[in-house]
Write a protein that binds this ligand. Structure first.
Ligand SMILES: [Zn+2]
Length: 271
């Protein structure tokens, strides 16, 4: 996925490819000046926005893989936020807590089932409740496996429902995390600071807050999504013949898409 950046010297728009690290060292194609764009965005957000773009462009099947990956990376984000939040309440440095977390994560990093197990425990310890949404039905697991592993061609309506389910779950968990999310975001800020320290003189650093489907929850920069109106829910329900929960998810996702989808127009799902 690439995105537009504006040269701080001449205002020429240079496109950049999203980097895993969110750090982009660029050189302007017009004036040749060097600049560095740091994007304050978590991996799960990039993946979910990528899926949304694919969906908007009509690539329903491709969107499923991005939404599924977004959910897995969100569970990781939650575990990291929780672990660092816990550590913040104890003696010891942030660096040591982070190193212990990274070391622990290495034990589970190659197996998503293990990561799901860590998430389940983190949720129980933080909220004091069973994560009852971690069912195959709640996670859309069968649908995801059919599409990703068995090559099934999903309908647009099926992908919409899956996207809405993932969106609603992440949105809800972000709300529960609240200020706790900042602990995981601090890791990115520190990585940015380290990168900036290593840059040669004369390189302009640009921080970007990218619009995305979850920004409102995390920074309050866009209006939060109010609960969908009853009429909207009923319309969604009669159109698809699904239950209340599904209709609610769909309405919430559609509201977010209408409000923020156009902000993603600058992104491209392929170059
Ligand atoms: Zn320039």
């Amino acid at each position: 996925m690439d995105f537009p950046t504006t040269c701080p010297q001449c205002a020429h728009v240079n496109r950049a490819e999203f980097a895993d690290s969110s750090v982009h060292d660029l050189r302007c194609a017009r004036c040749g000046v060097r600049y560095c764009v740091l994007v304050r965005k978590q991996k799960f957000e990039v993946l979910f926005d990528l899926g949304t773009r694919a969906l908007m462009d009509g690539y329903a099947r491709e969107a499923v893989a991005s939404f599924a990956a977004a959910l897995e990376r969100f569970f990781e984000f939650y575990v990291r936020a929780f672990a660092l939040e816990q550590a913040a309440g104890r003696e010891g440095s942030f660096e040591n807590a982070l190193a212990a977390l990274e070391g622990t994560w290495r034990h589970v990093s190659s197996q998503s089932e293990r990561q799901l197990g860590m998430f389940a425990l983190a949720y129980l310890l933080r909220e004091g409740r069973e994560p009852d949404f971690l069912t195959p039905r709640g996670l859309g697991t069968d649908f995801r496996n059919r599409v990703i592993h068995r090559g099934a061609l999903p309908t647009r309506a099926e992908v919409d429902a899956y996207a809405a389910g993932v969106f609603t779950l992440i949105d809800r968990l972000l709300t529960e995390l609240g200020a706790g999310a900042a602990h995981a975001e601090l890791v990115q800020e520190q990585a940015f600071a380290a990168h900036v320290r290593g840059l040669p003189d004369g390189v302009t650093v640009v921080f970007e807050e990218h619009p995305g489907m979850f920004r409102a929850r995390r920074f309050g920069t866009l209006s939060p999504i109010p609960k969908p109106a009853k009429a909207q829910l009923q319309a969604a329900q009669s159109a698809s013949g699904v239950n209340d929960a599904r209709a609610f998810q769909q309405a919430l996702f559609e509201r977010a898409l209408a409000e923020r989808g156009s902000l993603l127009r600058g992104f491209k799902s392929s170059s």
